[in-house]
Design a protein around this ligand. Structure first.
Ligand code: BEZ
Length: 220
């Protein structure tokens, strides 16, 4: 069989619903072990291709500028790239000096690519040496709940990252699902009925916004 793409035998790809693979790593805030990091909190773990590059600088500044919003959502930030700790420190300091923005969250120095490979961040047909722009949403039970992968040449959308995090948390809290373009304050989707009794009670409920029996929204 002819395979056009480079095989990724050493590059696992975690999936939604998996337990987040554990690892130990050196970061700009010291050594961490994922299973002991940010107990009882959500974690947004994200990779960037390289320090001292323009798109990455805008993205990391975006995370830094929104740190308080992530904290308000009980969430810790955790960055990563295949760079040394010295490169990370130099870049953090350079951005602080030039723009005043301080990357005040741990950034993993993944020079041996251990974590990048464990999380499928190294996608060799995009780059054999730089991580793609991945975002892993990890819940307080250390389960992976949402994954984003972006290529090297397109920066992510910080509003969407925050929106998706809030949607996951709201879904968990209220046992509901989130419709297209949902944002905080919008109606949410009630799970479809699973019995005739539930169907009849839904049809009789005038508080719901009903499109049809299986698509009903409510305020929370
Ligand atoms: C950037 O962040 O600008 C970038 C990094 C790696 C490859 C291409 C762009």
């Amino acid at each position: 069989m002819h395979l056009e793409n480079t095989q990724q035998q050493t590059n696992t790809m975690p999936r939604i619903g998996d337990n987040a693979p554990d690892f130990e790593a050196l970061t700009t805030k010291g050594q961490i072990k994922l299973s002991e990091f940010a107990q009882d909190k959500w974690i947004v773990m994200f990779s960037h291709p390289a320090d001292f590059t323009p798109v990455c600088t805008t993205e990391m500044s975006g995370f830094a500028n929104k740190k308080a919003e992530f904290e308000a959502l009980n969430t810790e930030l955790l960055g990563l790239s295949i760079d040394s700790i010295h490169a990370h420190l130099g870049w953090v300091q350079n951005v602080r000096e030039t723009t005043g923005v301080y990357f005040d969250f741990p950034i993993i120095a993944d020079l041996d690519m251990k974590v990048s490979k464990l999380y499928g961040m190294l996608q060799p047909n995009e780059s054999e040496t730089a991580a793609v722009r991945a975002v892993f949403f990890i819940d307080p039970k250390k389960k992976i709940r949402l994954i984003m992968y972006y290529p090297l040449n397109v920066g992510r959308n910080m509003d969407e990252i925050l929106r998706a995090l809030e949607a996951l948390q709201t879904s968990d809290k209220h046992g509901v699902a989130m419709p297209l373009n949902w944002k905080k304050g919008d109606k949410v989707i009630c799970p479809p009925p699973k019995s005739l009794e539930a169907l009849n009670s839904r049809l009789a409920d005038d508080t719901l916004e009903k499109t049809t029996w299986y698509l009903a929204k409510k305020d929370i």
